[in-house]
Every structure is written in structure tokens, then in C-alpha cells.
Design a protein around this ligand. Structure first.
Ligand SMILES: NC(=O)c1ccc[n+]([C@@H]2O[C@H](COP(=O)([O-])OP(=O)(O)OC[C@H]3O[C@@H](n4cnc5c(N)ncnc54)[C@H](OP(=O)(O)O)[C@@H]3O)[C@@H](O)[C@H]2O)c1
Length: 395
């Protein structure tokens, strides 16, 4: 092949999406080259990735992890340069030698690097949904003004993207409704009054997907779907009323678009993140992802159902936040990150995550954030309010 290799930076390379991204990249050495990687704490995993992919740069979130990694790289005769901190992550996301950036950091910590990549006009593969939920309009405007190509990696949004015509200028007049599917997570059939006893291990045991701990808990509460509703509103320019969520426990139909003529187009596949990652890396081409193929002859049934509001009270907060003052989605995201962390640390009961989110939304009134600094200040005040709420609701 004569086309030059795409040079890729993978942010959050030691996580679930990061590892899957490197798996797809490794299948196509003629197409892709790893320019830089970033992670927070997992030094040994990063060492192994450096040995396999020889990136020019690696960024670790803190000095102790960066120092440990630098020492191990040296001992192993590896030449990758180690940097540290948030500014360095933004630099590897916007570096002039980079073509594509996989944004797979978890949480609002990914917003700065996403904006840096967008400003620099990169091909931005967005797994980090929290960055878009926090950044909202500012994020989308930065993508437009920077001339970046934004490709959704969340399997649902990739499914919608694949179901839509290639020309985004036609979307507004053609889309009637976006239908996001949700597996319902591990507690889909539980009685709501039994959720207080749920442990982090149970919440992280997703029936269909293997994912990081934060998104696994979000899937169990369906806050993940609430964040995805907000993400879909921004990515596809639809109103909150045009987004519907259905429970589809088999996770075969990854989402659907209903068009103005009442046709529905869906994207199907096995639940494997390497599929949307391969779509994002190769778009508009298609490349091997390594995922298993669907066998329709073995498929017993595909079912669809309405979500139970008593079991998943957090889902409705998406529409509430989208209709409320600008910045409310950033408050919701911060509250939820704090509440999930408290639950994973066994400081908060599973069924009180929603209470923390509600109380934070009631306490913090956003004043139209116009810049990254405004958003970070709003994020910080929402986190302070959520931490106070988490203490009050503590187990
Ligand atoms: N997993 C999925 O199947 C899936 C599907 C759709 C969307 N997503 C989205 O993709 C993102 C990543 O999810 P994941 O499941 O891959 O998460 P994960 O397994 O927890 O990985 C998160 C990655 O981010 C790094 N990280 C964490 N905090 C950081 C910080 N403050 N600064 C810099 N790096 C940081 C971690 O480093 P260390 O591990 O080294 O500490 C790790 O590399 C999330 O936004 C999630 O919602 C995930």
C-alpha cells in the first residue's frame, strides 16, 4: 500500500478501550503507527505496550508513575521518552506529527486533551463520553472551528453514525428519531428495593461487555445511557425529544435511526469494542477488527423493552439536564463521577448514587460556561457539592 501510515496517539492506552485499540492497530502495521501513549497508574502494562509499539512519547499522569516507568524503560533498553502531567497529554494529542487521537481516558480528565486534539484539527476518535457531556456546545464548536474529524467510538454512537448518510448536512431533515439500545446491565431483573445490598464486584460484572470499572457501574445504574443520550444530542444535532432508549438485553443491535419516512436502519454485531474502534480508525474504509462474526442461525431471539424508571431513576436525568440551564450536564457528570468513586470505595450504597446526583443538581446552579476555565470551575464546584452529599448519604 502506498498511502502513508496514520500516526496515532492513544490516550488511556492501559484501559479497556485503549487495549482494544492497540489490538486493532497491531493487526494493521502497514496502516498505523503508534506515535504516543498515555495512562495514569499502570506502569507495567505501559512498559509492555512500549516494548510492543515503540512509541516516541509516553505520558503518565503523575511524577512517581512517570519516574518508575522511565527507570524500567531504561533497564529494558527502550528509547521511548517519558513525560508527565496534563499539559503533556494535551501536547501528544495535538502534536503536529499526529494524525489520529483515540480519546479513551475515563472521566472529565479527558476534556482538556480532547479539546487540544480538536483545536489542532485531528481525526478524533471519541470513547471518552464524559468529555463531551461536560464540554457540550463548547466541545462541538471547537471541533468545527479546528476542522477536526469527530468519530464516535461508543458502540451505540458508532452504530448511529454507521446508519446515517455520510453527509452530515442531510441529517437534520432526515432523522426522525434516534433509538439507543441498552443491555440493562446486571440488575435488569432485580427488584428496586434489593439494590442497596449490591457490591462493587456485582455491579462491575456486566453480562455482555468487559469494560473499565466506572463505565461498568454506570451501565448497572443506566447512568451510562443517560450520558449517551447527552452525547447523542451533541454528536447528531437532534433534540432531546428525538432520542429514545430501549432495553435490548442481547446487545446485538447496537442502536438504530428512524428516518422521516418511518424506515429504521440499525447496525448489528457481536459486543466487541474492536468493531467501533476499527470503524473509527479506518473510516470511510473498513478493516479487519478481530471480532467474532454474528451467526444468525444460532440466534434465539432479539428482544426490546421499555426501561423501568423505578429500577433506573438516573436515566431520566439526561433529559432533565439537557432541558435545564447550559452547564447542567457538566454538573450531572461531576456528581456521578464522585458518587461512582464513593460506591467503588465502599463509602456509598449503590442505590444512593442517584440521591447524590439529584442533590448535586439541586445545589449547584451553573452560570452559562463559556470557556474551558468556566467548565473546570463548574466541575470543581459540582464535585465539592457531590462529595458533601456522598458524605451525608454514606453507607
Ligand atoms: N470499556 C468500554 O467498553 C467502553 C465502551 C464505550 C465507551 N467507553 C468510554 O471510554 C472511556 C474509557 O473507558 P474504559 O472502560 O477503557 O476505562 P478504563 O479501563 O478504566 O481505562 C481508563 C484509562 O484512562 C487512564 N486514566 C484514568 N484516569 C486518568 C487521569 N486522571 N488522567 C489520565 N489518564 C487517566 C487509565 O490509566 P491507568 O489504568 O494506567 O490508571 C486508563 O488507561 C470512558 O469514558 C468510557 O465511558 C468505554
Amino acid at each position: 500500500m502506498n498511502t502513508p501510515k496514520q500516526r496515532v496517539t492513544v490516550l488511556g492506552s492501559t484501559g479497556s478501550v485503549g487495549v482494544s485499540t492497540l489490538d486493532v492497530i497491531a493487526r494493521h502495521p502497514e496502516r498505523f503507527e503508534v506515535f504516543a501513549l498515555s495512562a495514569a497508574t499502570r506502569v507495567d502494562e505501559m512498559l509492555a505496550q512500549c516494548a510492543q509499539f515503540s512509541p516516541q512519547f509516553v505520558v503518565m499522569a503523575s511524577a512517581p508513575h512517570a519516574e518508575q516507568l522511565a527507570e524500567k524503560l531504561k533497564r529494558n533498553g527502550l528509547k521511548t521518552r517519558v513525560l508527565m502531567g496534563a499539559d503533556a497529554v494535551e501536547n501528544i494529542a495535538s502534536h503536529e506529527d499526529v494524525d489520529a487521537v483515540m480519546a479513551a481516558i475515563v472521566g472529565a480528565a479527558g476534556l482538556g486533551p480532547c479539546l487540544a486534539a480538536a483545536r489542532a484539527g485531528k481525526r478524533l476518535l471519541l470513547a471518552n463520553k464524559e468529555a463531551l457531556v461536560v464540554g457540550g456546545e463548547l466541545f462541538m464548536r471547537t471541533v468545527r472551528e479546528g476542522g477536526a474529524t469527530l468519530l464516535p467510538i461508543d458502540s451505540e454512537h458508532s452504530a448511529i453514525f454507521q446508519s446515517l448518510p455520510e453527509d452530515p448536512s442531510t441529517w437534520a431533515r432526515r432523522i426522525d428519531k434516534i433509538i439507543l439500545t441498552a443491555s440493562g446491565g446486571p440488575f435488569r431483573t432485580r427488584a428496586p428495593d434489593t439494590l442497596g445490598a449490591v457490591t462493587p464486584e456485582q455491579a462491575c460484572a456486566h453480562p455482555n461487555w468487559v469494560m473499565g470499572r466506572k463505565i461498568s457501574v454506570d451501565s448497572a445504574t443506566m447512568m451510562n445511557k443517560a450520558l449517551e443520550v447527552i452525547e447523542a444530542r451533541h454528536l447528531f444535532g437532534v433534540s432531546p425529544e428525538q432520542i429514545e432508549v430501549v432495553i435490548h438485553p442481547q446487545s446485538v443491535v447496537h442502536s438504530m435511526v428512524q428516518f422521516t419516512d418511518a424506515s429504521v436502519i440499525a447496525q448489528l454485531g457481536t459486543p466487541d469494542m474492536r468493531v467501533p474502534i476499527a470503524v473509527g480508525l479506518a473510516w470511510p474504509e473498513r478493516i479487519e477488527s478481530g471480532a467474532a462474526r454474528l451467526d444468525f442461525r444460532q440466534m434465539a431471539s432479539l428482544t426490546f423493552d421499555a426501561p423501568d424508571a423505578a429500577l433506573f431513576p438516573g436515566l431520566g436525568l439526561a433529559w432533565h439536564a439537557l432541558r435545564a440551564a447550559p452547564g447542567t450536564t457538566a454538573v450531572l457528570n461531576a456528581a456521578n463521577e464522585v458518587a461512582v468513586e464513593a460506591f467503588l470505595d465502599r463509602r456509598l450504597r449503590f442505590d444512593r448514587i442517584h440521591a447524590v446526583n439529584m442533590e448535586t443538581l439541586e445545589t449547584v446552579t451553573p452560570s452559562k460556561p463559556a470557556s474551558l476555565a468556566d467548565l473546570l470551575a463548574l466541575d470543581a464546584s459540582a464535585r465539592a457539592a457531590a462529595n458533601a452529599a456522598a458524605l451525608r448519604f454514606a453507607a
